[in-house]
Design a protein around this ligand. Structure first.
Ligand SMILES: [Zn+2]
Ligand SMILES: [Zn+2]
Length: 422
């Protein structure tokens, strides 16, 4: 295995403000903060390579019973309905919402399976000191899937759906749902213990050894007066002349800043703002309450939870479905206006707002996940049934568009206006 511990001091470019700084040789567990914007540069506390590997394999193995065993069962007047994790997508497609069904399936089944498979493979190969040429690309893809593998978010959707179903029907959580709960908790632990920098260094050292150089790809001296650039896929700092070429560690094309960042983020945010209106005006779902089914908008769903005295869930859905999408759109617009107006006002605050938006964005998927839990176990008759309504795809589109807009926006552009740090 490549030398994972005690690697030499290296350069790091702050992903928030673009300030190049030297990482000291580290000992013990620590958190390194950017000297300019005070964002977290690198965190090594609570990180563990072997724990990441073990947790990834455990999550991957538990996906099998999560998918194959009964998820939810409901019963009313002697009739029962059962679901599997994948049933939601099928039921939504049958109800006439194919895109929504496919998106739910991608976020709850395909993305987690791919992420845990790739993580287990990459970490396992590094542990065996094997360095195939595609290792960097595979790890970059596994990291990109972190946003889209939404098992953790799905757990909250499941909790809300379970409490709501319980108010109207007999409902039981099957072994499949219990296994998925464990997968969701494991996914949070994986995020906490996986030291991406450590893995990237091991991949870089392995590549260097394979190419016969014996030193990492970025060990070459930096040319005078030519500020280096940072790979957007793996944070490797490379010489400026590498721009436009592939990263020697993760194979992503190297750019100084995210390409077409502002144009893409403006287009996606505008589309998100336009879709936010139908997402809140039209009903998002029909859900069975008592012995009839009722159509709900996002806000009516919150009011219904409050009426049932489920205050915590009402606050959760209000925050995730109404406040977070609105805050994301307003926050993104603020950052975009900041770049357009070349404003240097409150840059650290704007950067923190952007990082917050990036972190919480995916949690807005709770409401579509609640609906997806409901649909396959509430198809009883013409009076008692659950299904998605027109606002559901619009709402899901707002969540996805804002997540992609955040990924397209480069916060360093806000700091570029201010010029180089002194
Ligand atoms: Zn910074
Ligand atoms: Zn890279």
């Amino acid at each position: 295995m490549a030398n994972l511990a005690g690697t030499p001091a290296d350069l790091i470019d702050c992903p928030d403000c673009g300030t190049l700084q030297r990482i000291p040789a580290r000992w013990g567990w620590t958190v390194l903060l950017c000297k300019r914007c005070t964002g977290v540069l690198e965190r090594t506390n609570l990180r563990s390579f072997d724990a990441s590997l073990a947790l990834s394999i455990a999550a991957l193995l538990l996906m099998v019973p999560s998918l194959s065993l009964t998820f939810l069962t409901t019963s009313i007047s002697g009739a029962t309905r059962s679901s599997l994790l994948g049933s939601s997508a099928v039921a939504m497609i049958e109800d006439g919402w194919p895109v929504l069904g496919i998106i739910i399936f991608l976020f709850t089944v395909i993305a987690p399976l791919l992420r845990y498979s790739l993580l287990s493979l990459v970490l396992g190969l590094l542990r065996l000191d094997a360095h195939p040429h595609w290792l960097g690309r595979a790890f970059r893809f596994a990291n990109a899937l972190q946003t889209w593998a939404m098992t953790d978010v799905y757990l909250l959707g499941l909790a809300v759906a379970y409490m709501r179903l319980k108010a109207s029907l007999n409902v039981q959580m099957g072994a499949g749902a219990k296994c998925l709960i464990v997968v969701g908790v494991l996914s949070l632990f994986i995020r906490a213990v996986l030291d991406k920098e450590e893995v990237w260094r091991a991949i870089g050292l392995g590549r260097a050894a394979r190419s016969g150089r014996g030193e990492p790809a970025n060990a070459m001296p930096l040319a005078n007066g030519n500020s280096p650039i940072t790979c957007l896929g793996c944070d490797l700092v490379v010489i400026a002349s590498s721009e436009g070429h592939n990263c020697p560690r993760c194979d992503k094309t190297l750019h100084r800043r995210k390409p077409d960042s502002i144009a893409r983020a403006v287009a996606l945010t505008t589309a998100g703002i336009l879709l936010y209106i139908p997402a809140n005006v039209y009903p998002i779902a029909t859900l069975p309450i008592g012995f009839s089914s009722v159509k709900y908008t996002v806000i009516e769903g919150v009011i219904d939870l409050a009426k049932a005295r489920l205050w915590g869930l009402a606050l959760l859905v209000l925050t995730a479905s109404f406040a977070i999408p609105l805050l994301k759109l307003v926050g993104l617009a603020w950052c975009l206006v900041s770049v357009a107006a070349r404003s240097v006002w409150r840059l650290p605050l704007k950067t923190r707002v952007f990082r917050g938006i990036e972190e919480i964005g995916r949690w807005s998927m709770i409401d579509p996940f609640v609906i997806s839990c409901f649909v396959p176990v509430t198809h009883y008759n013409a009076l008692i049934y659950g299904r998605a309504e027109p606002a559901a795809p619009a709402f899901t589109a707002v969540v996805i568009l804002t997540i992609i807009a955040t990924k397209c926006f480069d916060p360093r552009l806000m700091w570029d206006v201010k010029g180089k740090a002194s």
